[in-house]
Write a protein that binds this ligand. Structure first.
Ligand code: MTE
Ligand code: MO
Length: 403
């Protein structure tokens, strides 16, 4: 027993070290164990060029959150777009890069970027949100990156339709799911590769893209250069980056990130319950949700008009309305929805709250989508902390004394 547990510890230590080496390589550092230890200790001070304004949730792998208070445009600049990586960012040279299309197809394809770009190009503004966004709010706490509001962002993507590529390859009758594999690699061969699949129906729908541009620029390395999948309305994990291979399968892929990760209970469970992965299903579409960007939690305001602002989104649906309550949920009044809109993009909203007199208040936002789905009042806890979409709330103070 003793021997077994110590060998487990050393294996873990090795895993950590291997991850560190990979990250040091990517960040361009020299491999110095003391420097690595210092980096780990000061993870929140690691600076990623162009992403300085984001909250560092972890440096290795790179997980960056948008501070929601900085939301002030419908399209999120790349500098503010969250980043969620499982492993080190692979540095892909586009001239050597090829997309492999195989599996249950009549004509397997190997496409260079230039060949792919010969297909009709399309543009779409799409909101991406990590399935774990809001995980930090679950009680009891669940392991994983403790995202709060900002593992979400909206960008204009340009690419080709996945359906056009699959049509060229000719999907065979039994093909029912489409697998995506990116060029990122686990730091040790025993760790699982990040591979995901989606049903053929969603893969063939015209909104599902293979994107090579984000906000008019080639995809930044951290967002999947040179090519990523965009699966509008679905959780972030479906949107595989650094895409290297697309493969048509007969059934859902059975890799780690399908059968262990990214699953939610089929039926609701009590908070803190351990659930067998077999009693869970793969997270796919996102739910209706709104978040408050301003005022910020704990802020103090003079009596008078306080501008409340935020964003709302709803998976494959559109936002019907956003309502605000400033009296602990007794009454709700409609927010103004921003003019900018796209089928799969968030809607910005605003509300002018006339703060009556001094006191401690809770500002709440509640979105409803075109299907009539409404944000819940209490969380539906799940073991991995996915799909947090409870009515958002921030505590503020109103006080004459502030200047
Ligand atoms: N190859 C690959 N693709 C990936 C990931 C990854 O780790 N590897 N992370 C996924 C997850 S969980 C999310 S939420 C989104 C995040 O996209 P972003 O970093 O561009 O915001 O990418 C997805 N695509
Ligand atoms: Mo994610």
């Amino acid at each position: 027993m003793k021997g077994r547990s110590s060998s487990r510890i050393s294996r873990r230590a090795w895993l950590v070290k291997a991850g560190g080496l990979a990250a040091a390589f990517v960040l361009g550092g020299t491999v110095n164990p003391f420097r690595l230890a210092a980096l780990a200790a000061e993870a929140d001070r690691v600076v990623i060029p162009g992403k300085e304004d984001l909250i560092v949730r972890s440096a290795r792998p790179l997980n960056l959150e948008m501070p929601m208070g900085s939301l002030d445009s419908w399209i999120t600049p790349a500098s503010l777009h969250f980043v969620r990586n499982h492993y080190a960012v692979p540095m892909v040279a586009s001239e050597h890069w090829r997309l492999q299309v195989d599996g249950m197809v009549n004509n397997p394809l190997t496409l260079a970027l230039d060949e792919l770009k010969l297909l009709p190009t399309v543009e779409a503004v799409v909101t991406l949100e990590c399935a774990g966004n809001g995980r930090g709010f679950y009680d009891p706490k669940v392991p994983g990156t403790q995202w709060e509001r900002g593992a979400v962002g909206t960008a204009r993507y340009r690419g080709v339709r996945l359906a056009d590529v699959l049509e060229r390859a000719g999907v065979q009758k039994p093909g029912k799911h489409v697998l995506f594999d990116g060029a990122d690699q686990p730091p040790v061969p025993t760790a699982p590769d990040f591979v995901r699949s989606i049903p053929l129906e969603k893969a063939m729908s015209p909104e599902t893209l293979l994107a090579f541009e984000m906000n008019g620029q080639p995809l930044p390395a951290v967002h999947g250069f040179p090519l990523r999948v965009i699966v509008p309305g679905w959780v972030g994990s479906a949107n595989v980056k650094w895409l290297a291979r697309v493969s048509v399968l007969e059934r859902e892929h059975d890799g780690h990130f399908m059968v262990k990760g990214y699953r939610i209970p089929r039926t609701p469970v009590a908070p803190g319950t351990t659930v067998d992965p077999q009693d869970m299903k793969v997270v796919a579409e996102r739910d209706v949700k709104s978040v408050i960007a301003r005022p910020s939690e704990g802020s103090i305001h003079k009596p008078g008009t306080v501008r409340v602002a935020g964003a709302a989104w709803a998976g494959e649906q559109e936002i019907e309305r956003v309502e605000i309550s400033t009296d602990f949920g007794r009454t709700w009044r409609p927010a103004r929805l921003g003019a900018d809109r796209a089928r799969y993009a968030w809607r910005l909203w605003e509300f002018d709250w006339v703060a009556p007199e001094r006191g401690a208040y809770v500002v709440m936002s509640r979105a409803t989508d075109t299907l009539g789905r409404v944000q819940p009042i209490v969380p539906s806890w799940n073991p991995k902390g996915y799909l947090w979409n409870v009515i958002d709330q921030v505590r503020v103070r109103v006080d004459e004394g502030v200047s």
